[in-house]
Design a protein around this ligand. Structure first.
Ligand code: ATP
Ligand code: MG
Length: 557
């Protein structure tokens, strides 16, 4: 079977047909030969039995009369059958009475020991014993031996005939199968050809022709049906592919358009963003400017107070009395000595001049104090303006400063307003390291907090107005706490007060805390508020980082 796998269908069919018919023929011939052999064997036995009957009949008298010569003559009659090779007659005692041997046999013949009735094929010969019973009484035994030459001759003849029959029938089978196999091999070969065409050319339109009404016909019909299905699916696929390509092209076009639109939109977005950045920057600058104006405004309040004080000093100055004394002395310049010593008015001039001198010295000291405060406020205004310039340059100047100095500076800047409203200041400073910071920003925060604390105290009904300033050493941070016992803050406002423009004050703007919180964040710190509620004061905590060296600069809006 394995060898047949690679043989083409045509020779394969012929081999199958030939081997089937050959095997059947061989079997038939073998059966025939076996049958013939068996029949011939029984024929031989029968023939030998006839010879034995004839010998026993003719030798019965010789045995009775003990005449071996007559017995030998009887045996000699077996000459007539050339296949009887030897024969013997035994007496009743089992001894050889007479024997016969074919003339052409070489060597003497020794009869075998007597046996019961029977026969057997042995060593290429048939051997037969038969009892001699004339009148039913045992008189002896006859032994016959025949060769199988006749059987072999006949078998040889049959074999020759079988060979001829097989040759002729094989030839016939070959001729018949070579013609008949086309009924199977032709449609199959055609089918194989169609399959090759389809495989090579991918052409599903070819069809195999149906040539018979049997299973092969059905196979070809089924095959053609499948081809039809494949062809229609192929067509559908082709159409789908074309449709898909069209859709892909269409989608690609759409996507290109979308991408172009997106790029355009992105461009517009970038432009809008830049515009926005510009606007925010301007807005930021505006906010900074508002903050600056607000802070300048805060300081200007103090400047105004100082200027009013100076104005009052000048108005109430005793310098006018000096003018009157000078005029009086001018009228009496010719009799100045007499006037000073004897005139009732002139006698008081010296005392008056002394009192005026003392008065003016005191006035001068007060004016100097106010001028000093004015100068400090003007300095702060200058600092605020320069801070705005540093904002404009997007960068602040950091400097090392003691936190207590920072807090004291802020107090000094608010000193006039605080003392005017009789606000008591309590200081509670812990030792903290020097910080490296944009001083003006920090100062601006504290000035705002103090100004708000003062306002909260002024607005409250508290008799003892008090602001407490604490410096606390935190973990890697320094905390500056500004507490007051003023109006306090309702809980709902705690988160709103840092919003730009939120104010509860009539003359307020709502800029102070917003800019302070922003500034605190820019310094890397934070600004928080705590209040127990209305009437219970408020505490603002400014936290500043101690180690600013690692921050790599200060962020500005
Ligand atoms: N210490 C305080 N006690 C109670 N309320 C306060 C305190 N500080 C601020 N506030 C509240 O927060 C609001 C906002 O303060 P912020 O400093 O931002 O603005 P403002 O003081 O009202 O006006 P301005 O911009 O002129 O300073 C105030 O109006 C006030 O209601
Ligand atoms: Mg304020």
């Amino acid at each position: 079977m394995y060898l047949l796998r690679k043989v083409p269908i045509r020779p394969k069919l012929m081999i199958i047909a030939m081997s089937a018919s050959g095997a059947a023929l061989v079997l038939a011939v073998l059966a025939f030969l076996c049958y013939e052999w068996l029949v011939f064997r029984s024929g031989m036995v029968e023939n030998l039995l006839i010879h034995a009957a004839m010998v026993s009949e003719n030798s019965a008298a010789a045995l009775t009369f003990n005449d071996p010569v007559s017995a030998r003559q009887t045996l000699r009659a077996l000459n007539a059958d050339p296949h009887v090779t030897a024969a013997a007659i035994y007496g009743p005692d089992g001894k050889t009475f007479a024997r016969y041997q074919r003339r052409d046999l070489s060597g003497p013949f020794y009869p075998p020991p007597v046996e019961m009735d029977g026969y057997r094929f042995e060593a290429g010969s048939l051997k037969l014993f038969r009892a001699i019973r004339p009148g039913g009484e045992f008189a002896g035994t006859v032994y016959l031996q025949s060769d199988l030459g006749a059987m072999y001759t006949r078998l040889r003849r049959y074999c020759a005939i079988a060979a001829i029959v097989m040759t002729v029938s094989t030839l016939l089978a070959y001729l018949l199968s070579s013609r008949l196999q086309t009924a199977i091999s032709r449609p199959l070969s055609q089918l194989a050809k169609v399959v090759r065409v389809i495989a090579n050319e991918k052409d599903y339109s070819v069809r195999a022709a149906r040539q018979s009404e049997d299973e092969l016909g059905e196979l070809i019909d089924g095959f053609n049906g499948m081809l039809g299905q494949i062809q229609s699916r192929d067509l559908a696929l082709e159409e789908a592919r074309e449709g898909l390509e069209n859709r892909v092209e269409e989608r690609t076009r759409e996507l290109r358009l979308e991408v172009a639109e997106r790029e355009k939109a992105q461009g517009e977005l970038i432009a809008a963003h830049q515009q926005l950045v510009q606007i925010s920057r301007q807005a930021g600058m505006a906010e900074v400017a508002t903050g600056v104006l607000h802070n300048v405004g805060n300081v200007l309040n103090s400047v105004n107070v100082s200027a009013n004080l100076l104005f009052d000093h000048v108005q109430q100055s005793k310098a006018s009395s000096l003018t009157r004394v000078v005029a009086l002395l001018g009228e009496h310049q010719h009799d100045l000595g007499e006037f000073v010593t004897s005139h009732p008015q002139g006698k008081h001039v010296l005392a008056l001049l002394k009192a005026l001198d003392e008065q003016m010295a005191a006035e001068r000291a007060g004016a100097l104090q106010e001028i000093k405060s004015l100068r400090a406020n003007v300095d702060h205004i200058r600092d605020i303006v320069s801070m705005q310039q540093s904002y404009a340059k997007l960068g602040g100047v950091r400097e090392e400063i003691k936190v207590t100095d920072l807090v004291e500076d802020s107090l000094r800047l608010n000193a006039a307003a605080l003392s005017r409203h009789r606000v008591e200041i309590i200081r509670d400073y812990q030792d903290v390291p020097v910080i490296n910071i944009d001083k003006h920003k920090a100062l601006q925060i504290l000035v705002n907090l103090l100004s708000n604390a003062k306002s909260a105290c002024v607005e409250s009904s508290q008799r003892e107005k008090c602001v407490t300033l604490r410096i606390v050493n935190g973990e890697a941070r320094v905390k500056i706490l500004v507490s007051d016992n003023g109006v306090g803050i309702p809980p709902e406002n705690l988160t709103r007060i840092f919003g730009h423009g939120f104010t509860t004050r009539k003359d307020g703007h709502g800029f102070g805390l917003h800019s302070a919180a922003l500034a605190a964040r820019e310094l890397g710190g934070s600004l928080n508020v705590h209040s127990e509620g209305p009437g219970r004061g408020a505490t603002f905590t400014l936290e500043l980082p101690l180690d600013l060296a690692d921050r790599g600069g200060i962020h500005t809006c």
